[in-house]
Ligand binder design. Sequence first.
Ligand code: ZN
Ligand code: FE
Ligand code: FE
Ligand code: ZN
Length: 264
Amino acid sequence: MYDSHLHTPLCKHARGALPEYLEAARKRGLAGVVFTDHNPMPAWFDPGSRMSPEQLPLYHSLVAQLRQDDDFYIGIGLEADFHPGAGEYVRRQIADFPYDYVIGSVHYIGAWPFDHPDYQDEFERRDRMEVYADYYGQVYAAAEAGIFDAIGHLDLPKKFGHVPPEEAWDLVEGVLEVIRNADLALDVNTAGWRKPIGELYPAPQIIKRAGELGIPVVLGSDAHAPEEVAWRFGDAVEVLLQAGYREAWVFKNRRPEPYPLERA
Ligand code: ZN
Ligand code: FE
Ligand code: FE
Ligand code: ZN
């Protein structure tokens, strides 16, 4: 198994040195990892939660230093924010260095970082359906942008318990169809089990539908600390098997490689 969603301290809100993440991954018996730290964005977009553009060469060299000539795979990627007005910036950024895997994630609705613990009161001022419509509208655009390999944590607004209303299901269906048509994968992200919602991203019923549509999955812990590497991967595999998945993908040089999903 591979953990394809790992952060590093360069993003300013993760801890632990890169070799510690690696050690944790080996201890858990993984076949490899992909680092996908928060990408640099234009200076006006949330500079406190990501590496700066000047740190990109450092990020690449820190990951390169980890590689030894054995068969443990160490990929490099980005979790790139998709935000209005920044798509071209990200597209050019990804062309500047070689990457193995790029996740497209939506963390903002307009100027509101809806998954930030300090700004959850905004949910009380907005209609829940409007929040999900705005969010999935952005995710839809991200999927159509032709920039990414996978869509990150597809139902992120639920993080603190603000679950989608029933009517949001049609939006999910539409987004899954565009994800499939764009040949994107889904980031199946166990961080949701560490958050107040206590549920996998995306929810099992979304994974089930994604499976019916033939959308591939990429497993990730979204670790922001070494002990979170491969967090509850056994449970995630169980959800995927029950949804009918028999394999997951790991990306190497922006190309997917399937590997079998097996109970530990
Ligand atoms: Zn983060
Ligand atoms: Fe994220
Ligand atoms: Fe992440
Ligand atoms: Zn994330």
